[in-house]
Design a binder for this molecule. Structure first.
Ligand code: ADP
Ligand code: MG
Length: 607
């Protein structure tokens, strides 16, 4: 039998390698952005058309390439970043495998223009399916521009495998965020189909986070800063109260590279154990700096997986640093993103005795007082007969305990002849237990109310009945809210619905919105979290029909605005909550199905 083994031509070998390096437009974007950073660029422009299908272009002002490098860079294993095997353990660049451009050129039509800073002219190279079509001198700015056209033009299987544009674009956006977040000393712009999605100015890490995710992140994050022999950790983690139900913004970087590392992610989340509810996740933006010799990034071509030599120690340090940050800073109101020089107080004069500042407050202020007219059924004026006994209690506890039928769950049967017709909340004293529950007395026993769940139910029904609509509260200082470009589109769709509930919202630009009025009782700090939550829900694609959408809007607003566990309540507030709760159509459960109250009879308590 004759010999049957061939050496594959480069174009085929490159196409095979491309399968690993470039599986979708976003991976080509990653390689090009990283090359621009490795070239020392301070300004990088990303331009895509049709979610990268027809064009991905990256323009940088980095070092540029010589005429011959502009040609050689498309060869397989062509790299300027390492020279020998030992260099693999001292990698300080994003790339080093010399595979990306060869792979991209094997599966697309590529136009490269590059010029060194000390040259008058640059070089143009056109290459298509690994075949050079043209190389010539050209006039171009210093730096490099690489335009990748018609990705997968010769790999139909891969092309057909691509998802719809919105999905591919969101992958590109995610890659862009990962690169731009940690390389914050570089200017970036990102243009998609002629629309400017991001325009980021060089700054510090915190500024970059707020440029990408919005200014509200200032209130949500605590700084982390820990320097040890093994690792330097810098960045930000979210305060526990901003934990979310989805694993949203979790960014871990090692030596300026975004990585996925389940054990380290778990270490961070462990720091939040016991302080955030189950199935909630913190956000974080953390940069670990380790000696490159203690790190292996060469596990996979995309380099998002890495291996550390000191994994266990690193795990412990990361967890401790996160815990420390949460403990130290989570009570601070807002991160100072542009720290001002330390304020220099003059020493106090001798014998000076400081006096504590005076706080003025109105002891009669009742944020829960509802001055709006209620709907006919049920209402404080016409409470649900099942619960009306609460309105009929004698004012002193224990006085006149009217004989009640034996029952445990409800105070009075609906048809009880004893059902009274009182119209205002009872003045039965209430106690607050552990900052979370209200305790009161019913004729049939001890009433225990979960303050958050109860208020959520009250607000939910109020919103569903549209009773919040007529009285928007105008804000003294309009509040700006910011979203990522993709989220801003979703939010735009929500505005008419929100208007219905008393919000007045204008669009200040593509991703910034200004809120000028809200439903009554809404706190300004609750706006961004509320909108974020609504967007997450809409994204979940569970909500298609208008009715569901309204319901979900009411639920989210109620959850966000309901008094939080731990909020101290005045006597009148507690009484109002109980009265309002009993006027609800379904007082016993919160909109999410949690029990709002229990009534414990003496029998139950003592047996
Ligand atoms: P790697 O980045 O792993 O070295 P690439 O295939 O991505 O491999 O790039 C090959 C080489 O081309 C790089 O090592 C670099 O010398 C050169 N190069 C690529 N992109 C740029 C750029 N934007 N500016 C300057 N040089 C570049
Ligand atoms: Mg590269």
């Amino acid at each position: 039998m004759s010999d049957i083994i061939n050496i594959l031509p480069d174009s085929v070998a490159n196409q095979i390698a491309a399968g690993e390096v470039v599986d979708r437009p976003a991976s080509a974007v990653k390689e090009l952005l990283e090359n621009a950073l490795d070239a020392g660029a301070t300004k990088i422009q990303l331009i895509v058309k049709d979610a990268g299908r027809t064009l991905i272009q990256v323009i940088d002002n980095g070092c540029g390439m010589s005429e011959s490098d502009a040609r050689v860079c498309f060869e397989r294993h062509a790299t300027s970043k390492i020279h020998k095997a030992d260099d693999l353990f001292a990698i300080r660049t994003m790339g080093f495998r010399g595979e990306a451009l060869a792979s991209i050129a094997a599966i697309a039509q590529v136009e490269l223009k590059s010029r060194l800073h000390d040259r008058e002219l640059g070089t143009l190279v056109l290459i298509e399916g690994s075949h050079v079509k043209e190389q010539s001198p050209c006039a171009c700015p210093c730096g490099t521009s690489i335009a990748v056209k018609n990705l997968f033009f010769n790999v139909p299987a891969r092309r057909n495998f691509l998802k719809k544009d919105s999905i591919e674009l969101s992958h590109i956006e995610e890659i862009f965020k990962r690169v731009a977040l940690i390389n914050y000393r570089t200017d970036y712009s990102f243009n998609s189909n002629g629309r400017l999605l991001y325009d980021l100015r060089a700054g510090n890490f915190a500024e970059r986070i707020s440029q990408i995710f919005g200014n509200t992140y200032r209130q949500r994050l605590c700084p982390v800063n820990e320097q040890t022999d093994i690792v330097g950790i810098e960045g930000y983690v979210s305060k526990p109260e901003f934990a979310r139900k989805s694993r949203g913004e979790q960014y871990l970087f090692v030596n300026h590279r975004f990585i996925k590392h389940p054990a380290l992610n778990a270490a961070i989340e462990k720091a939040y154990a016991d302080i955030i509810p189950d199935h909630h996740y913190p956000s974080y933006f953390l940069h670990l700096q380790v000696d490159p010799s203690r790190l292996d990034v060469n596990i996979h071509p995309t380099k998002t997986e890495v291996k550390f030599i000191d994994e266990n120690t690193l795990f412990a340090i990361l967890r401790a640093a996160t815990k420390k940050a949460i403990g130290q800073f989570s009570l601070a109101t807002e991160l100072q993103f542009n720290p001002i020089e330390e304020v220099d107080f003059p020493p106090a004069p001798k014998g000076y005795i400081p006096t504590p500042p005076k706080i003025h407050y109105n002891p009669d202020y009742n944020p829960f007082a509802d001055t709006r007219p209620h709907k006919a059924t049920p209402s404080p004026h016409n409470p649900d007969p099942k619960y009306s006994s609460f309105f009929d209690l004698p004012s002193s506890i224990g006085a006149d305990p009217a004989p009640q039928p034996q029952q445990t769950s409800l105070p009075l049967p609906a048809d009880s002849p004893a059902a009274p017709q009182l119209h205002t909340p009872s003045d039965t004293p209430c106690l607050q237990l552990m900052g979370t529950h209200i305790i009161s007395i019913m004729p049939s026993g001890l009433l225990v109310v979960d303050q958050h769940a109860a208020h959520e139910r009250i607000l939910y029904e109020r919103f569903l009945n549209h009773s919040a609509t007529p009285h928007p509260q105008q804000l003294l200082f309009p509040v700006n809210c910011q979203f990522s470009p993709a989220d801003a589109d979703i939010f735009n769709e929500l505005i008419p619905d929100l208007k219905h509930y008393g919000f007045e919202i204008g669009n200040l630009g593509q991703t910034t919105f200004v809120v000028t009025a809200t439903p009554p009782d809404m706190k300004e700090t609750e706006l961004q979290p509320l909108f974020d939550q609504l967007i997450v829900q809409l994204k979940g694609a569970m909500i298609q029909k208008f009715t569901d959408r309204t319901d979900s809007l009411c639920r989210s607003m109620a959850r966000q605005m309901a008094i939080k566990p731990g909020t101290p309540l005045q006597q009148a507030e507690m009484q109002q909550i109980i009265a309002d709760l009993f006027c609800c159509q379904m007082p016993t459960l919160s909109p999410s199905g949690r029990k709002t109250m229990a009534i414990l009879s003496p029998d139950q308590l003592l047996n």
